[in-house]
Design a binder for this molecule. Sequence first.
Ligand SMILES: *Cc1c(COP(=O)(O)O)cnc(C)c1O
Length: 949
Amino acid sequence: MKTDAFALRHIGPEESDLQQMLKTIGVDSIEQLIYETLPDDIRLKAPLNLDPEMTEYEYLKHITLLGNKNKMFKTYIGLGYNQAIVPAVIQRNVFENPGWYTAYTPYQAEIAQGRLEAILNFQTMVIELSGMEIANASLLDEGTAAAEAMALLFDVRTREQKKANVCKFFVSEEILPQTLSVLQTRSTPIGVELIIGNHEEFDFSEEFYGAILQYPGKFGQVNDYTNFIAKAAENNIKVAVAADILSLAKLTPPGEMGAAVVLGTTQRFGIPLGYGGPHAAYFATKDEYKRSMPGRIIGVTVDTNGNRALRMALQTREQHIKRDKATSNICTAQVLLSVMASMYAVYHGPRGLRYIANKVHASAVTLTNTLAKLGFEQTNTAFFDTIVIKADTKKIREIAEANEVNFFYPNENSVSISLNETIGFADLNKVVSIFAAAKGLATITIDTLSETNHFPESLVRTSTFLQHEVFNKYHSETALMRYIKMLERKDLALNHSMISLGSCTMKLNAAAEMLPLSAPSWNSIHPFAPLDQAQGYQEMLAKLEEYLNEITGFAATTLQPNSGAQGEYAGLMVIQAYHQSRGDHHRNIALIPASAHGTNPASAAMAGMKVVVTKTLENGNIDVEDLREKAILHKENLSCVMITYPSTHGVYESAIKEITQIIHDNGGQVYMDGANMNAQVGLTNPATIGADVCHLNLHKTFAIPHGGGGPGVGPICVAPQLAPFLPTNPVVPTGGESAISAISAAPWGSALVCLISYGYIRMLGAEGLKSATEHAILNANYIKEKLSGHYDTLYSGEMGRAAHEMILECRPFKQKGIEVTDIAKRLMDYGFHAPTVSFPVAGTLMIEPTESENLEELDRFCEAMISIRKEIEAASIEDKNNVLKNSPHTLAMLTTENWDFPYSREQAAFPLDYIAENKFWPSVRRADDAFGDRNLVCSCAPIEAYMES
Ligand SMILES: *Cc1c(COP(=O)(O)O)cnc(C)c1O
């Protein structure tokens, strides 16, 4: 046996455990288990055709060599992406720390107070810098955040505007090109008409519902928008402003100018460029629009004892509940990146941020003045960090690239130069020397920076920001390191125990997959760098696309979408473009089974489709007859079906081929939600079951960590007829020949983290990938058998097997007064994160152990579940003072003088032997959701609150 094979590290069960596991399940071999699980007519006949697997050592050598093909030029391209300095203390303690990056979305608030606090800091930072009232916990990128603003303002139109269907939205021509492209994609399906123009020539008397402006503009011009926003308000036009977050430390924030929404990226707050992402977008608005706000919001509430506790607020707005009426389809966001950006603000504090902004501005002013001495004209009348120089671009470009410098060239005679916090005198002097050389002049040396602002006095920020103590006390490395650790200790992540979240596939995020993300050759490349400087990336991304094509059986892939939900939207838009290319403009009906994930109907609504819900049978399967009836009924207008396979019930439905045939027979396309791809890789694929397009969640199946709620990557893979329509990018063209406009801001989405999935596939190889799938099924069926007799499994296949996940029935426990939430909270006392609660069936738990967990951990989890089952048995509906209802139990509770619960301290906190060795203490008691929503607070308490107390 090759003991250095990566598969042995990734896959949990040991060879020696196998016999016992198979025996428990009641099969002789894994082959027999798979035979009893997966319908025969969809099994792949041949192994996947992938490159041979590598050991971790071989892979790290390979990826270093490949990284060397990326050229690390000094880059002043800007356009929404700026080189930032990642503070080493944040890189080491957050970015490279599994305690942070392997955490799940903080649905279980009591064991997530650390990242909830970090995100609350993020929201506070955004609120104060933008001058707004409320902010969310991050969006996917600036382009999609702008689209969300367009949609929010559409949603909050006045009654008269709604009645008259006022649907015009003004877009300043100074908007970033990639943002414009995303706005184009997103506007048409929801019935918004974009009008692009110069904001100074805008006619306020026309019927518009909203507008979006860029601050500073795409090439750096800074405008005072106060008058525009005021005049717009007089005409009921609400204004969104996309703003550079660093500039807001120096410039009057749009909130103070009356903006209704302020949005942008926080990338330059210490996040690597990563060839386009992942980065956290920010989104802030007025309190009155909070119910229309997209994405997650963290809010303050109290726990059972009345102590402060944080949790996700206003969840009833989200797609899980609102389905096709949801305010947006955002599920996975950019939590890890928002945590890093918030820590950057915590570390630098208001003084540090002002210093950085001043330095960047002073460098730009000094460069302008120096180039003027060489006879170069600068055309921005006011700027923050970006200047535009009149010059022969061909000549400048040649000299610049020979000196390993990138500028941006808007046209033949202007050069746009965006400065950032990495700028030093040597860099400035190199820039000057390039321009001097172009004119054949002797260069001038800069050795001091100008102190004069190059923007009007009226735009100088006078208000204070980040006065709260959290931004003013962790400025030494020791202090910040301990603050990060203090928060980390409150959170349960994969480095503590199994997180068996059905549908979310919390598998190993191997260190060897993660290491290359820290290499400058990978993380410092600008997304709009010339392609010949990104050859390492181009090769890696092309290979990854090729592997995903092979794994799905499809013809082409785009890596652009930054989450599964964005993948759904991209897939539906591609289907629509296909229908339209055939003159079928009327096809707009999406059939979606009742059991679908909430993002499915929400994405269909955003794509302008009409959702028709199809029935689910008693046994959890799609009701084929109902589906057939509806497909035939809507034959003329059928666009597609959205199905999850294996189903969200954890079953490989044997009628799948019949289902996909029915859709095709009626002129529709088949969209497969690939969240459950972990049960398919190497055994079957979407093309084989008859799908035309699927998204994959690289942050589930392909080992990208969840990061506490993001980043994600949701590529879509498509059949040949859909390939021409894959999305492009306006700056670096990508996608098919008849490409739709952009889905995300960056040409290859979150390219940096695609490295993780690339490494996962390269190190496992075809055999390893298949083995991973088989072990995922093995582990799930093992748990199912171990728990049988204690819990009923809701659905199983025709031969009684689960796929890679299963649903446990918990509704009968109501007779004992026990809700599924009580089980979820009680699991914390046993050191476990709850499985998925109440999806896809309310009152149940969905367990997905993944292949990465070994027998010991599976047994510990089962032991906990069985022990809880006994506690349920002992509970009674009359007496709510029991160990389940009072869970989770904190250390503070356990060590109080008076213990007056009807059970022992030991039973509360150490109900099983294994717990003592590795006890995890929830830091708060149960968080009160209703209280928090009634008294919504989404930022750190103002400084006055501290001064009073
Ligand atoms: C996770 C998931 C999604 C959404 O993916 P995000 O990356 O969170 O947007 C969609 N469908 C199913 C079945 C999922 O499990």
